[in-house]
Design a protein around this ligand. Sequence first.
Ligand code: GDP
Length: 361
Amino acid sequence: SLSIGIVGLPNVGKSTLFNALTKSAKALAANYPFATIEPNVGIVGVPDPRLEKLAEMFGSARIVPAKVEFVDIAGLVRGASVGQGRGNQFLAHIRETDAICQVIRVFNDPDVTHVDGDISPQRDIETINTELILADLQTIEKVLPRLRKEATHLKERKAVLEAVEAAAKLLDGGTTLYAGAKSAGIDLADLREFHLLTAKPFLYVFNASMDQLSDEELKARLSELVAPAEAVFLDAKLEAELVELPEEDAAELLRSVGQEESGLAQLARVGFHTLGLQTFLTAGPKEARAWTIRKGATAPEAAGVIHSDFQRGFIKAEIVSYDDLIEAGSMAAARAAGKVRMEGKDYVMQDGDVVEFRFNV
Ligand code: GDP
């Protein structure tokens, strides 16, 4: 499954956030009896109010949300790209993730020193981006000689060479590929084989104190700094407390500090979106569940997420959109109203499809 690597400078609250994520993983593990959860992996459920409605309608015994996996990538320091600290290990681990989540410190605390002396989100973002950019430039430097040779006699390699050269220019100017490829006319698909770090989607967690969390001007400024990447604002210490509490107490604590939703829940939602994922829904007496697929997945591919036999033996999918189902009030009523469709193997799944698959075994 897809995962998001968490990176950040020392003392910004990564471990605090990650502890909250691993505790949340333990709580969710009950829903995924066959999943083994690695110690460096944190998992959060993606909040989805539709599941509660479905569980009510179908009398489902439990709710299983879609989930997002976060991997703790230690070792990002200034100079990581030239092997400082455990820089090489850092780069190898981050290469394996599908998106990069930067944790940026906003909170002030005289008891927690900052590696660069004072608190500056902008400088920290630049420090991290510089390391990732330098790593990408090294990768490019290594592949260029071979690529130049190939491009002299292979037409399809010429487009790749041009993309790589344009990427090098962009990176040299201090811009990540994620932020700048589009406007520079670079097709990221041409660069896929090189696993460049800054071509991965980025998201940002700003670790802030409670009073900073209600400072809309500050948040707007920070969001702007990282656009088009999405930003989540949270207090890692508060999140670590919230995961220790029973659900109702956690909700109460959140309300008392003027928040509607936990930072982890927001992070799950934004992470899911950043990875380019979407869900389809199933419901029955056993469970109401959100399943994860890539945008553009077909009905048999979606069936395969539930079980590979479902994909192999796929016949058709009985589909009703969540909104139509809720409006009708029950599956039978939705059928009677002609809202339940039979879709074949070429059907492209839509977000919010409630599905039952028909298959041969
Ligand atoms: P890491 O080095 O990035 O993993 O940072 P840690 O999670 O170990 O946090 C470093 C220190 O900052 C610890 O003493 C944490 O308790 C503290 N810390 C983490 N998050 C916050 C926060 O939101 N506010 C405050 N005041 N302290 C925090």
